[in-house]
Write a protein that binds this ligand. Structure first.
Ligand SMILES: [Fe+2]
Length: 312
């Protein structure tokens, strides 16, 4: 389920050199201007790294790709932000975030939402006292889920860069592989229409599985059980049990990059005890789509990366 790419020393040095070079242009430290050509800059990454990311994308070689031994130095990181970004604030990218953006750009186009963190694409997952226990700011357990799976803007990939994790918070993930569901369960999940708990249009529904029955893609989100038959409810239960059984845990350390294929892998987080200071846990989250065009009507321009709430 998880494949690890541990950078060799030569690649580590080459990435470091590239990051310093890119970071020496102040325009590259701004989110917008960096992302506007990150996909081009990513061509300069060592071929072994591009190959691993491209295989992950094209050949679906694993549900999760972990990149370790990256050239991140403690002094690159800076203090953990105490709040999320707000429009008008200047918050420059650090070298590890630039690295994350380069890797992410090989998988797809990073994007964001005007309703999340003021429209910041490089999301900060940081502990904020008194904030809701969600993945951006809280400390509680987050159950396994597919990111935004019942939406048009459901990402193809989700990337987590660990900037700091002294609390050793655990990230959880799972996938159906290598389990093969019983035929009747699989058929129900492919063929029946499941209605999400939060759905914009009444009557909208989805299959939980789609694609190749031998290696299905998965949408795993909260379902309205009152709209399920008993066959659907037991199929859902079997799916949940399988994902729980296959669940793995990882404690990311500074510089680790974890990329999840959002059509295969579900993810979550164990509860943890945060430090509310400049050494608090700090992950940088990016979501990527293979195709920005499918959400053109939700964005202001062809190259705009922000989904506008009043349009979806
Ligand atoms: Fe999530």
């Amino acid at each position: 389920m998880l494949k690890e790419l541990r950078l060799c020393e030569a690649d580590r040095l080459a990435v470091r050199k590239l990051l310093v070079e890119i970071g020496s242009d102040p325009a590259n430290l701004e989110e917008d201007s960096f992302l506007n050509h990150a996909a081009l800059l990513a061509h300069e990454l060592p071929i072994g790294i591009r190959q691993a990311l491209y295989d992950f994308k094209l050949r679906e070689t694993s549900a999760v790709l972990l990149i370790t031994n990256t050239p991140v130095l403690p002094q690159d990181v800076g203090p953990t932000p105490r709040s999320h970004w707000h429009p008008g604030e200047r918050r420059v990218l650090n070298l590890p975030q630039i690295m994350h953006g380069l890797y992410a750009s090989i998988l797809g186009e990073p994007f964001g939402f005007d309703t999340q963190q003021g429209g910041r694409i490089f999301n900060d997952l940081i502990p904020i006292p008194g904030a809701p226990s969600n993945s951006s700011s809280g400390e509680g357990r987050i159950g396994l889920h597919t990111e935004d799976c019942f939406t048009l803007f459901s990402p193809d990939y989700l990337g987590l860069l660990c900037l700091r994790n002294e609390e050793r918070a655990i990230t959880t993930f799972s996938a159906l592989w290598p389990t093969k569901l019983a035929q009747a369960i699989s058929s129900a999940l492919f063929e029946q229409t499941f209605v999400p708990k939060r759905v914009a249009a009444a009557g909208s529904g989805y299959s939980m599985l789609f694609g190749d029955p031998e290696r299905p893609y998965l949408r795993y989100g909260a379902i309205d059980h009152s709209k399920c038959t008993s066959e659907m409810t037991s199929a859902l239960r079997a799916l949940s049990e399988t994902l729980e059984k296959n669940q793995q845990e990882i404690t990311l350390v500074q510089g680790d990059c974890l990329y999840l294929d959002n059509l295969f892998a579900v993810h979550g987080r164990a509860a943890y005890q945060p430090q509310y200071n400049s050494n608090g846990r700090w992950f940088c989250r990016l979501v990527m789509t293979r195709d920005l065009r499918k959400t053109r009507h939700l964005r202001a321009a062809s190259d705009a990366r922000i989904m506008l709430r009043d349009k979806y």
